[in-house]
Structure formats: structure tokens, C-alpha cells
Design a protein around this ligand. Structure first.
Ligand code: ASP
Length: 448
């Protein structure tokens, strides 16, 4: 595949994915305007829906084995339980800090701009909106320890998987030399899973095209008009956090160049945007921070899946803006105490919830319930939430990558040569299958 015919320009995979995204956007907007029923049902809802779902499923199927094997290798690679505790503590602290800053800024901006003032509630269908009780902090922490690891793995319960795998990794370390072949096996499996990631990513341009076309065909521009003020404030706050706060943290805490970071994290952002799931994006985020930015697997294998579950800056921003918006709509003054409760609730709620599509809205019902705002208000922003989810998920995973990079740098676990090399980890050939290795394998597999 590397010997593409001369004169034929090859694009990097990221470029191809961006082209798929752009094409999907244009086609989706056109189809939404045309509203041809047969096309919308069979082509967009049917074929594109199927291919898009297959692609998200394929990404999701990699998550659990990848996290397991890379985390075992990570713990074994660190080699010292105290360092592990330090890395975990730093990551946890930074995740809380970024989320709390995110929501505080969001609330401030929303309070200044005041979206939702003078909004008319009539005509909004609020039936079918049900609230969810906030779990207690203690229950959240207790559930981190799985009663049944098999169920945790089968259900993709990320915090439980991380907990179990770390305990296993520590036991592996304690067994010393006896663990050598097990660790080697895990290293092989980790490499193997990374190869599978590459195979799945080869289909990304098509998968992303289908996902984006479907979303934009279904989401009309008209949905935005009634809540335009909410959307504009939210997008502004999300972009400010993405390009401002997070990059400032990166620069201040690690001294690294934010422009290089932004360029290298782009593939993960595109995947997060297309899938609206931090969890499904874990394989790509992991790849970006290790192979493109040079963080070691020891830090990344822990910090990235941990962040995908507990760190949701974009989601917290949405909750901040949405709370102010709904408080304005209902003419309720929450006061300083109310907003502080929102900040605490949003940070806590993000700890126990997985990064999957739409979960932010469920978390919002908990936050609203806590400060006494009517849960039905969610109906107002429901229509635009899918698109907002896509943007906030891209912000969420960027936060995960920023914290991972900062922790890796502070631990001396970041290869600066890789970070500064623009070509590091770029996939130019879709699948670099080595024909020689293939021949050897076929030979070895033949009965002798
Ligand atoms: N979709 C988001 C994520 O996966 C969570 C949310 O805000 O709904 O990170």
C-alpha cells in the first residue's frame, strides 16, 4: 500500500477523516433542507445509520481489552506502587481542578450574558422528562470496588475495571520474576490491540462521514432558533475552555507548547465529535497521547480511561450554562449558594458517570433537582443537545489529554523528541501490513 502509484497524492488519515466530516456536514445540511422521505429513511436512517453504528461499536469493542492490557503493562512498567499512587493523585487533583474551573467560568459567563431572560415557556412539550436522583458521594465511591469483576468487564464499568486491573497489576509486581511471562503476554496483547485500533481507524473516514451526515440530516437549523442564546453562550464557553483555560493549564503546569498539543490531539477531537462518546474515543485518545505526544504507556494507560470516566469539563460547562438559562427562564434566583451547589454537584456527578452519549443531560436532571429548578425545563434544550454533546465531548477528551500530558511531563514520562516531531505517530498508510511478515506467518502456520 505504501507504493501508491506515483503522482497520486496520499492524505494522512486525519485529513481523510476531516474530509469525511466536512462532506457529511454539507450533505447532511442539504438533505435536511430537502426532506426527501425515501432518502432520509432508507439511505440516511438505514444505510448510513448502520455503518455509523458499526463504526462506533467497533471502537467501543476495543475499549475494555485495550484498557485492561495497557493498564497491566502500565502498572508493571511503573514498577513502584508509590509512583503509581503519586500519578493517580496528580491526575485526580488536576481532573477536579479542570472540571471545577470549567463550570465556574461557564456560570460566570452565563450570568453576565443572561441567556433565557424573557423566554416564553408556552408550547414546549415537557411530558416525558423525568428526573434522576443524585447518588450519594459515598455510594459512588463504594461502587468503584466491583463485587463481580466479570460483570464489571462485561458491562464496561470503567472505574471498576480500572480498580480491579490496578490491584491485579500491583499483585503482578509483588510476584516479581514469576510474573515475567505474564507481563510479556500482556505487552504482546497491548500491541495487538493497538494494531486492531489501526484497522478500525482505517474505516474512520467512512464511519465519520455516515455519523455526521445522519446527525445533520436529523438536526435542523430551525431547532436552534428558540434557544439560540443558550447555544451561543454554551459554544462560546466551551471554546474558551478548550483554547483558553486548558491551554493555559498546559503551559503553566508543564511548559509545553499548546500549539503542538492542539495539532496532535485533533484526531481524538474529531472522533469524540463524531461519536459523542469519551469512552468510545479512548483508543484514539490513548494513541494520540502516547504515539503522537510521547507520553509513556505507564501514565497514559491509567490517566486516559480514568479521565474518560471522571473528567467531563465540557459536560460541566453545559450544566453551568443550562442551569443559569433555566433559572432565567423560570425567573428563579439561585443565589451564590445555589451556584456553589451546582459546581459541587456537577463535579461529583461527573465522577461516577461514564463518558457515553447524552449522559450529560441525565446528570443535569440531578443538578437541577438539587437546586430546586423544574426538571421539565430540560425539554427546552433537548432538541439541540445532540450537537452540543458532540462539541462538549471533544472538550472532555481534550481535558483528559491535557491532564495526562501534564502528569507525564511532571513525572519525566514524556519523550520531548516525540512531542516536538510533527510526524510522530502520523498514520499515512491506512494499513501498513508488512508483506514479508505476512509471508513468514503463513509459512509458520503451514503444517510441517
Ligand atoms: N457524551 C459525553 C462524553 O462522552 C458526556 C455527555 O456530556 O453527555 O463525554
Amino acid at each position: 500500500m505504501s507504493d501508491a502509484s506515483p503522482g497520486k497524492k496520499r492524505y494522512s488519515l486525519t485529513t481523510q477523516v476531516m474530509i469525511g466530516m466536512g462532506a457529511g456536514l454539507v450533505l447532511g445540511v442539504i438533505l435536511n433542507m430537502l426532506q426527501i422521505e425515501a432518502i432520509n429513511t432508507h439511505l440516511v436512517g438505514g444505510l448510513f445509520g448502520m455503518v455509523g453504528r458499526m463504526f462506533v461499536n467497533a471502537l467501543s469493542m476495543l475499549v475494555v481489552p485495550l484498557v485492561f492490557f495497557s493498564l497491566i503493562c502500565g502498572v508493571a512498567g511503573i514498577g513502584d506502587i508509590r509512583i503509581l499512587g503519586r500519578v493517580g493523585g496528580k491526575a485526580f487533583g488536576l481532573y477536579l481542578l479542570t472540571t471545577a474551573t470549567a463550570i465556574a467560568i461557564a456560570i460566570l459567563i452565563a450570568l453576565v450574558v443572561g441567556p433565557g431572560q424573557g423566554f416564553q415557556m408556552e408550547g414546549v412539550d415537557t411530558s416525558g422528562v423525568t428526573g434522576k436522583e443524585a447518588p450519594s458521594v459515598w455510594a459512588t465511591f463504594a461502587s468503584i470496588v466491583p463485587r463481580n469483576p466479570v460483570a464489571a468487564f462485561a458491562g464496561g464499568e470503567m472505574l471498576q475495571i480500572i480498580f480491579y486491573t490496578i490491584i491485579l497489576g500491583i499483585a503482578v509486581l509483588m510476584l516479581g520474576d514469576k510474573s515475567k511471562s505474564f507481563v510479556e503476554g500482556c505487552e504482546y496483547m497491548n500491541e495487538l490491540m493497538m494494531k486492531v485500533v489501526q484497522i478500525v481507524m482505517a474505516f474512520a473516514p467512512i464511519g465519520v462521514f455516515c455519523l455526521i451526515t445522519k446527525t445533520f440530516t436529523e438536526q435542523g437549523i430551525g431547532l436552534f432558533l428558540p434557544v439560540l442564546a443558550y447555544v451561543l453562550v454554551l459554544v462560546f464557553a466551551l471554546l474558551l475552555h478548550l483554547f483558553g483555560t486548558l491551554m493555559l493549564y498546559l503551559k503553566v503546569f508543564s511548559g509545553l507548547n499548546p500549539f503542538i498539543f492542539m495539532k496532535k490531539i485533533r484526531p481524538a477531537q474529531v472522533f469524540a465529535f463524531s461519536t459523542a462518546s469519551s469512552n468510545a474515543t479512548i483508543p484514539v485518545t490513548l494513541r494520540c497521547v502516547t504515539e503522537r505526544m510521547g507520553a509513556t504507556n505507564s501514565v497514559a494507560s491509567f490517566s486516559v480511561p480514568f479521565g474518560a470516566t471522571i473528567n467531563m469539563d465540557g459536560t460541566a460547562i453545559m450544566q453551568g450554562v443550562a442551569t443559569v438559562f433555566l433559572a432565567n427562564v423560570y425567573g428563579i434566583d439561585l443565589g451564590v449558594g445555589g451556584y456553589l451547589t451546582v459546581i459541587a454537584m456537577a463535579v461529583l456527578a461527573s465522577i461516577g458517570t461514564a463518558g457515553v452519549p447524552g449522559v450529560g443531560l441525565v446528570m443535569l436532571t440531578m443538578v437541577l433537582g438539587q437546586v430546586g429548578l423544574p426538571i421539565e425545563g430540560i425539554a427546552l434544550i433537548l432538541g439541540v443537545d445532540r450537537l452540543m454533546d458532540m462539541i462538549r465531548t471533544a472538550v472532555n477528551i481534550t481535558g483528559d489529554a491535557v491532564v495526562t500530558t501534564i502528569v507525564a511531563k511532571s513525572e519525566g514520562q514524556l519523550d520531548m523528541a516525540v512531542y516536538e516531531n510533527p510526524m510522530a505517530g502520523v498514520i499515512t498508510d491506512k494499513l501498513d501490513i508488512d508483506p514479508v511478515a505476512e509471508g513468514h506467518l503463513a509459512e509458520a502456520a503451514r503444517p510441517h
